[in-house]
Design a protein around this ligand. Sequence first.
Ligand code: GLC
Length: 439
Amino acid sequence: MSSNHSIIQERTARTEWFLQDRFGMFIHWGLYAIPARGEWVRSVERMSVEDYQTYFDEFDPVRYDPKAWARAAKQAGMKYAVLTAKHHDGFCLFDSALTDYKSTNTRAGRDLVREFIEAFRAEGLKVGLYYSLLDWHHEDYPAYGDRIHPMRANENYAREPETFHRYVQYMHGQVKELLINYGRLDIMWFDFSYDHMKGETWQATELIAMIRSLQPHIIVDNRLDASGEEGGSIYTKKPVSYSGDFASPEQIIPPEGVVDDEGNSLPWEACITLNNNWGYTAKDMQYKSAATVIRKLVECVSKNGNLLLNVGPDALGEIPRESLDILAEVGSWMQKNSASIYGCGQANWPKPEWGRYTQKGNLLYAHLFEESIGPINLNGLAGKVGKARLVADGSQLFLSRPWNAAQYPDDAFLSFAKPESASYPLPDQRATVVELELI
Ligand code: GLC
């Protein structure tokens, strides 16, 4: 049994690449792309396995081209990706020997996980798999009386609690298959714990020991131990073996980042949808703008966190056009500005009024979201900045205290052009990035 101290040390070593990479793609894909009402459709609409069977019978993603997905991720500046190998509906996108409920038995006839892994690796991206701890298809998973199961109100689905261990065995067996059959994986993303369905209910100590013995470098999220509502013991100085390597705030960016109970920063990754659904939802057009995505990525990094941005490919296997367009625009910004993202983290300076800072060593990156009137105020930085350059093109910017800033001796002032006392529009309305060399 490792001590808390060594658990934290090992976590720090394992997550080093993760904290450099900062930006990943989440992919929610499964049978639920056909009803196209989100990945919870079975639960929300209380569909039985039989009701849902029609989607299994139809599933035929003829346009599945994971190489195209990988190119879109890479072009957006993403460094890793996580695909739903199995979601709550229990349907497996991989060729598991432990179930018939898998993509190889559909018209697809392919191991979709294998193709995903090969395609993303070929683009130089790290690969992770999402695996649902819940399983609404398995006969030994609690149904009647469970808070979430599609058959929660149907007495015919009362399960014998004594048989639950068969599900746990199945779940461990599938995780083992994923770890043995697909080469080196970078992330194992479990989802999720709730009520008493957490920790040792999943036999988490044993599960994590198996994971660490097969792929010691792999990083694991915190959801074996925690639900979405609470973070679990990773948030404390006393993490257990299955507390996970990173926290996974969902659809929220934590106000002050994520710290343990002594205020030390923890590895974390906000998972965020592009519209308001994880799984493909034909009618959901509430997409975030590329500018919002860019600013939220900056916000995560400014708080020492990562952004895992979701796409929900459709039933035929294509990422929606709207999502691809946003990713392409984020990519055009990243192509010019990623030096302010990769390997960067929280700055030693508080959040400025016009945007956010990120920092890497002596380079302080000012991300300007808001135009200023007159020179741009760098609070408290008088005499501390050597030079300023626009990250997008390396061009010189101006540091001085023009006449209209004379009353603020402790601050430095930045201008895009001369005269420095004037106002200038931001070169990039989404986020203009200025590299400030600290001296
Ligand atoms: C959840 C949901 C889910 C989604 C996930 C992403 O807790 O159940 O459908 O996969 O979070 O974080």
